[in-house]
Design a protein around this ligand. Structure first.
Ligand SMILES: [Zn+2]
Length: 168
């Protein structure tokens, strides 16, 4: 069997599937909203443009498509039978980029929660996922609130140290 589309065309189709296939994320967002959480969505100012940003809780949530983000050992993350090498390297790059973004967010003081699309596949399962997240968020709130600044894109973050003369 050969793919009826060229690689470029397939890539285009796959990316459209990705951008339209936001249902699991919306379900989770609604469930969190119903629990009183307020958030920003798709904040481009943060590494990886997290799907849900809960600033008050210093937490970001990614709702990851299992195929695009390479959910290990996941049934729905199967490789296309054609152009397999192309897809494998593409998905590998996605995965590396994800890990870099999680690391950068951690450096900025954000906690990262990753929810896989397949975890939201069944009806109403988002309610229990939202409960779990809510529990984690409530635990995070300490008596002395910590504020997290969302960095501007152009801002260069440097360690704020006075000019100290060492060895004196
Ligand atoms: Zn999965």
């Amino acid at each position: 069997m050969t793919d009826i589309f060229s690689t470029e065309k397939r890539s285009d189709i796959m990316s459209k599937i990705r951008s339209k296939n936001t249902k699991p994320e919306v379900k989770l967002r609604k469930a969190l909203f119903a629990r009183g959480f307020r958030y920003r969505t798709n904040d481009k100012r943060l590494p990886g443009t997290p799907d849900i940003v809960l600033r008050k809780y210093g937490t970001v949530i990614f709702v990851n498509g299992c195929f695009w983000h390479h959910h290990p050992d996941c049934k729905i993350a199967t490789m296309p039978k054609t152009n397999t090498e192309f897809w494998q390297s593409k998905i590998k790059r996605n995965r590396q980029r994800d890990l870099e973004n999680y690391w950068k967010l951690g450096e900025l003081g954000w906690e990262v929660i990753v929810v896989w699309e397949c975890e939201l596949n069944h009806a109403h399962v988002e309610e229990s996922v939202a409960d779990k997240i809510a529990e984690r968020l409530h635990r995070k709130l300490s008596p002395t609130p910590i504020t997290y600044d969302i960095p501007q894109e152009s801002e260069i973050r440097i360690a704020a140290e006075e000019n100290v003369e060492y060895g004196k």
